[in-house]
Design a protein. Structure first.
Length: 367
C-alpha cells in the first residue's frame, strides 16, 4: 500500500526564512503539503504583517488547514513583537502559585495568537527545574518540584485550549534534570527510574490524563529507560511508555530535528524515520528547506520499502486530523482591524500588571 505525497506531508511541521509567503515557499507548501508550520521572531514584525502572513500561508493549503505554531512561553522564550502582551517567565507564575493567574495569562496569549491567525502554542513547559546546573530550562519551568508544575501546567493547558489554541506540553519525559543543552549536544540523564517517577514524570502523567492536545519530545538520553536512544527516537519511551502505559493518543511532535543532540548523531533522513518508528506523529524541522525535503522524501521511501507500514502512518494521520478538526475547523481568514482591538489591549495589560504586582508582594514578604 503506497501513500500519497499529500498524506506524507501532513506529518511534518516546518519552519522557513522571511516574513512573507514568497513564490518559493508557496510552491513548497503546495507541492509537499506539510501539516503545519512554526513561526520564529525572524518571521514576525507587526500585527499587520503577521495577519497577512498567516492568511497567505493558509491560502497555500486549501486541502487541509495548517497548524500554525509558535513558542510563546513568556520571558526569554517569546517570539512575538513587543506590541503583544509579553508575560514574564513561567517561574514568576510559579512563585505567584496561582492557577487563576496562570489560566488567565494563557487565555490572554491564546486570544492574541488567535487574533493574528496562530493556532498552536508550544507551551506549557512541563519540565521540573530539578537541576540548578540546567543550562536550558531554568526560569522556563513553573518550579523545582512537581506539584506547582502539575497544577500550573494544567491551568495553562486550559487557558490555551479553552480559547481554541492547541497546547503542546514539553519536553517529554522531562528536560529538567539535564546539565547540557540539547540545542548544542545530547544530554544524558543518569537518574534512576524511581527518581524519574517521583520528579520528572508527574507533570506529564497529569497533563496526559487531563487532555493536553499535543506533546513535544525531549532530545535527551535517559539511561534508566533506554540507554541507546534519546527519547525522541525511542520506541521504549514513546510507544511503550507514552502510548502504552500512559495511554496517550494525542499528537506527539519531536523537538527540532536540526538540533545538535540529533543531527550530530543521525542524518535528518534517519532521524525522521526513527522518530516515526518510535511512535512520534510529527517531525519538526525548523529552518533548512533542503533538510525538510530530504526528510519528507526519506519517509516516502521508508513506506515504499516497507520500513514503516502505511497502517502506522495512518495512525498518526488520524491523530493530526482529529486535532485539526477540534481546533482549526472552520478555518477563516483573520482581519487586521479585529486583531488590533485584541492584541495588547487594556485588559491584557491590566492582567500583566497584576502578575508583576503579585510578584513584588511575594518578594517583599520573603525579605
Amino acid at each position: 500500500m503506497l501513500m500519497s505525497r499529500e498524506k506524507i506531508g501532513q506529518l511534518f511541521m516546518v519552519g522557513f526564512e522571511g516574513t512573507s509567503v514568497t513564490p518559493d515557499l508557496a510552491a513548497f507548501i503546495k507541492e509537499y503539503k506539510p501539516g503545519g508550520v512554526i513561526l520564529f521572531s525572524r518571521n514576525l514584525e507587526s500585527i499587520e504583517q503577521i495577519v497577512e502572513l498567516t492568511n497567505a500561508l493558509q491560502a497555500c493549503s486549501p486541502h487541509s488547514p495548517l497548524l500554525i505554531s509558535i513558542d510563546q512561553e513568556g520571558g526569554r522564550v517569546s517570539r512575538l513583537p513587543k506590541t503583544f502582551t509579553i508575560f514574564p517567565p513561567c517561574e514568576v507564575l510559579g512563585r505567584c502559585n496561582s492557577s487563576e493567574l496562570a489560566y488567565a495569562a494563557a487565555a490572554t496569549i491564546a486570544k492574541e495568537l488567535r487574533a493574528v491567525g496562530i493556532n498552536m502554542n508550544m507551551s506549557p513547559v512541563l519540565d521540573v527545574n530539578s537541576n540548578p546546573a540546567n543550562p536550558v530550562i531554568g526560569d522556563r519551568a513553573f518550579g523545582s518540584t512537581p506539584g506547582p508544575v502539575c497544577e500550573l501546567g494544567l491551568a495553562t493547558i486550559g487557558g490555551l485550549q479553552d480559547n481554541r489554541v492547541v497546547a503542546c506540553g514539553k519536553h517529554f519525559p522531562g528536560h529538567g534534570d539535564t546539565n547540557a543543552d540539547s540545542h548544542k549536544e545530547l544530554p544524558v540523564v543518569t537518574a534512576s527510574k524511581e527518581r524519574l517517577e517521583q520528579v520528572e514524570f508527574p507533570p506529564f502523567r497529569h497533563a496526559t490524563a487531563h487532555g493536553v492536545a499535543a506533546l513535544m519530545t525531549a532530545h535527551v538520553l535517559y539511561r534508566a529507560l533506554d540507554d541507546q536512544k534519546p527519547a525522541t527516537l525511542s520506541p521504549t519511551i514513546i510507544t511503550n511508555f507514552l502510548r502504552g502505559e500512559l495511554q496517550y493518543d494525542g499528537v506527539v511532535l519531536t523537538d527540532d530535528l536540526e538540533m545538535h543532540a540529533i543531527i550530530d548523531h543521525y542524518g535528518i533522513e534517519e532521524a525522521t524515520v526513527r522518530a516515526i518508528q518510535a511512535g512520534c506523529d510529527m517531525p519538526l524541522i525548523c529552518k533548512d528547506r533542503n533538510r525538510e525535503i530530504a526528510a519528507i522524501t526519506a519517509l516516502d521511501s521508508a513506506v515504499a520499502d516497507g520500513s514503516i507500514s502505511a497502517e502506522r502512518l495512518e495512525q498518526s494521520l488520524a491523530r493530526i486530523a482529529r486535532l485539526k478538526q477540534r481546533f482549526l475547523v472552520p478555518n477563516k481568514p483573520v482581519v487586521i482591524s479585529d486583531a488590533k482591538l485584541i492584541v495588547g489591549c487594556r485588559s491584557h495589560h491590566v492582567l500583566l500588571r497584576s502578575i508583576h504586582q503579585a510578584r513584588e508582594r511575594l518578594a517583599k514578604a520573603t525579605v
